[in-house]
Design a protein around this ligand. Structure first.
Ligand code: URP
Ligand code: ZN
Ligand code: ZN
Ligand code: ZN
Length: 466
């Protein structure tokens, strides 16, 4: 058999197995897994390397419109480039429904931003901000049939949040349409009350972002989201969980028989609320929601990654430049934490952090690493088995990892559009040294091999949770 590419002498890792074999690729797909393969136009030597499914980051924010003159630091070009250098072959950003418009109109605008710009494959979640009868009754079922099979709803943020009755209606429509619902769980009324109290006391520094969004506000909203989902018997994903109390809500809901997936992110493993208290306004770099908590919460999130409370490890990459009047330190944000845009960059560092802190430090094994970083994302969001594994017939989306390569994370080596990384100076061991998308090399070491536009848009099928 003639192959386009053979990956030779590597150790293949999937969510279930680790084995020595060669990988044969033809027409962008994996067509053979065998002891020794011969006869290819290109041979890639993977001696000493792990051959893993390319990372799937199912929670990133790119080129999102935000009012107030704030501009996101990554568009599709820089965001997917950065993701590729971080070992990913698919990212899933959010298409925001602009209030007063339909989902279709928002999708048209968002697709236009992505067209021809992507280095790796992309697929969009839909954020429902205006759940009209038309949107829920007519648009959503048709969009699911067209491959948009997941939506996100917010319980916080003035301009995005849905009321409980709106969440119920959205969940109900998602169930009958076949869409998986992701929920951002924080109690907006409590947060607004606390922000108001901080403002009245003149407490305006970045660190008060963390105290205005306490664990109880996240735990209460998590419980409420799970209860609403139970009432209409609809599976949900609790995204970006930051602490043990919210995790316990997920565990209790599962014990009652609910279908729930859980997600956590690097910031909840490595950062704490103390980072928001850095000198000057540096704390603004760490402002995200839910905020990073404390050491005990970090330990809890590791437990959740080990014991299955979490199915997904995503970046929640949501980049803003720090020293920029359209970013973190905009005119209003400099004076009051409530105007600092929420979100931190992390699409390129997600996998090296999980590999080094997780696999390297013995907290999770290689197969769990693959499940948390790729396979489970493909299954939950309707891309499996085309994506998320190394198997015959799957897309040849592969990351070659050098488990011995030591890298000190610094913004200088990253490819995102932000002017900082929250993980500056962190040393990691293990790095993706080559990324292959549908059989074609995208990155090799520091070199960018593929051209812009190599990535394609992915239509998705039904979630494994439904
Ligand atoms: O602070 C965050 N996480 N910003 C991104 C938007 C979201 O809620 O996921
Ligand atoms: Zn969110
Ligand atoms: Zn997010
Ligand atoms: Zn580089």
């Amino acid at each position: 058999m003639q192959f386009d590419t053979i990956i030779r002498n590597g150790t293949v890792v999937t969510a279930s197995d680790t084995f020595r074999c060669d990988v044969g690729i033809r027409d962008g797909r994996i067509v053979s897994l065998a002891d020794t393969l011969e006869n290819a136009a290109e041979i890639i030597d993977a001696t000493g390397l792990y051959v893993m499914p390319g990372g799937i980051d199912s929670h990133v924010h790119l080129a999102q419109p935000s009012g107030d003159g704030i501009v996101m630091a990554d568009d599709f070009e820089s965001g997917t480039l950065s993701a590729a250098f971080g070992g990913n072959t698919t990212v899933m950003p959010f298409c925001m429904q602009e209030k007063g418009t339909t989902l279709r109109q928002s999708l048209k605008d968002y697709h236009a931003k992505a067209e021809g710009e992507c280095y790796i494959d992309v697929s969009f979640h839909l954020v429902v901000t205006d759940p009209t009868a038309y949107v829920l009754g007519q648009e959503l079922p048709a969009l699911v049939a067209d491959g948009y099979s997941s939506i996100k709803v917010f319980m916080t943020y003035d301009n995005l949040r849905l009321r409980d009755d709106e969440i119920l209606a959205t969940l109900d429509s998602a169930r009958s349409s076949g869409a998986l619902v992701m929920v951002h769980c924080e109690n907006e009324d409590a947060i607004r009350f606390l922000i108001g109290r901080h403002e009245a006391n003149g407490e305006l520094a970045p660190k008060f972002h963390a105290t205005s969004r306490p664990v109880a506000a996240e735990r209460e909203a998590t419980h409420r989201a799970l209860s609403l989902a139970e009432i209409v018997d609809t599976p949900i994903v609790i995204v970006h969980v930051s602490n043990r109390e919210a995790m316990e809500e997920i565990q209790r809901a599962r014990a009652r028989g609910s279908k729930v997936a859980g997600e956590t992110c690097p910031q909840y493993l490595l950062l704490t609320a103390d980072d928001l208290d850095a000198a000057e306004l540096e704390g603004a770099k760490f402002v995200c929601s839910p905020p990073p908590r404390d050491k005990e919460s970090q330990a809890a999130c590791w437990e959740g990654l080990q014991n299955g409370t979490f199915d997904l490890f995503s970046s929640d990459h949501c980049p803003f430049r720090y020293e920029d009047d359209q970013g973190k330190l905009n005119e209003k944000g400099k004076r009051n934490f409530r105007w600092i845009p929420n979100g931190i960059p992390g699409v390129e560092t997600r996998l090296p952090i999980l590999f080094s802190e997780g696999v390297g430090k013995g907290r999770i094994d290689l197969n769990r690493f693959v499940a948390l970083s790729s396979t489970n994302h493909a299954k939950l969001y309707g891309l499996y088995p085309r994506k998320g594994t190394i198997a015959i017939g799957s897309d040849a989306d592969i990351a070659l990892w050098d488990p011995e390569k030591t890298v000190t994370i610094s913004n200088d080596i990253l490819h995102h559009g932000a002017d900082y990384t929250p993980y500056e100076g962190l040393e990691v061991k293990g790095w993706p040294v080559r990324v292959i998308l549908r059989g074609k090399t995208v990155t090799a070491g520091h070199e960018l091999v593929a051209g812009k536009g190599s990535g394609t848009y992915l239509e998705r099928t039904r979630s494994s949770l439904l």
